[in-house]
Design a protein around this ligand. Structure first.
Ligand SMILES: [Zn+2]
Ligand SMILES: [Zn+2]
Length: 226
C-alpha cells in the first residue's frame, strides 16, 4: 500500500536533501512588491512534505480569496498598533502611512487590492518619486498649515519635490510588513513575501532607523519645508 502510494505520488515541488524533504512552490506575485514569490519549507518525511506542498498549493489557489473585507487603511492601523518599536520609529511609520500610503491606497479593501496585483504600488511609488504631493502636474497653492489661517509668504505655488528613494523604500517595507502581519492574523490567505525571509529581515533591520530619521525630515517636508 505504502509503496504503491509512493510510486504514484506527485512529487512536483519536493526534493530530498539529506535526511529531509524540501518543498518549493512558485506562489505567484507578491502584491506589495511585485516580485515573484517562492513558498518554501521542509519536512522530515515524504508524507509530511506532500501535505506541506498541498497546503502551499491551496494557499496559492486561494490567493485572491482574502478572508475579510477590511481596507488597507485598517490593516495599516492595526499593524502599527501592534508593532513593537521605539516611539520615534512608530511616529516615522505613522507619517509614511498617513502622508503617502493611505491617501493613495487606504480605501480599497484587501480583496480589491489583491486582484490588482503589483500595479497600484508601482504606480504610487513612481508618483511619489516624481512629487511627494502626487500633484500630477496640476498647479495649486501649498499652504503653510492645513488649519484655517491667513495666507502669508509661506503659502506659495507648489513646486514638485520628489520623495527620497530611501523613504519610498520605507513605504515599501511598511506595506510588506503589514501584509505579512495580515497573513499571520488570517486576514489574507497568502503569505505576501513568503519564502523571502532574506529580503524581509534585511528590510526590517534597515527599516526602523531609516524611518525614524526619515520621519523627522518628512514631518517638516510636508509643509513647504527646508
Ligand atoms: Zn495659506
Ligand atoms: Zn508636484
Amino acid at each position: 500500500m505504502t509503496s504503491r502510494k509512493r510510486k504514484t505520488a506527485d512529487l512536483t515541488g519536493i526534493r530530498q536533501r539529506g535526511a529531509r524533504f524540501q518543498v518549493r512552490i512558485f506562489g505567484g506575485i507578491d502584491p506589495a512588491t511585485g516580485r515573484k514569490l517562492i513558498l518554501t519549507g521542509s519536512a522530515a518525511t515524504e508524507a509530511e512534505a506532500l501535505a506541506l506542498r498541498d497546503g502551499f498549493r491551496k494557499q496559492v489557489a486561494d490567493h485572491t480569496a482574502v478572508r475579510t473585507n477590511v481596507t488597507l487603511r485598517v490593516l495599516l492601523a492595526e499593524w502599527l498598533a501592534g508593532h513593537q518599536v521605539e516611539p520615534s520609529t512608530r511616529a516615522g511609520y505613522a507619517l509614511l502611512i498617513d502622508n503617502f500610503i493611505v491617501p493613495a491606497l487606504g480605501e480599497p479593501t484587501l480583496p480589491a487590492l489583491a486582484k490588482l496585483g503589483p500595479r497600484p504600488y508601482e504606480r504610487l511609488f513612481a508618483e511619489l518619486g516624481a512629487c511627494r504631493r502626487r500633484c500630477a502636474g496640476k498647479p495649486f497653492i501649498e499652504h503653510r498649515t492645513p488649519r484655517p489661517h491667513e495666507c502669508d509668504d509661506r503659502c506659495a505655488t507648489h513646486a514638485c519635490r520628489p520623495l527620497a528613494a530611501s523613504t519610498i523604500r520605507q513605504c515599501h517595507a511598511v506595506l510588506s510588513s503589514a501584509y505579512a502581519a495580515a497573513v499571520r492574523w488570517g486576514w489574507i490567505a497568502f503569505q505576501p513575501d513568503g519564502g523571502r525571509a532574506e529580503a524581509t529581515s534585511s528590510g526590517a533591520r534597515s527599516g526602523p532607523t531609516d524611518a525614524a530619521a526619515g520621519g523627522v525630515h518628512l514631518g517638516r517636508g510636508m509643509g513647504r519645508g527646508p
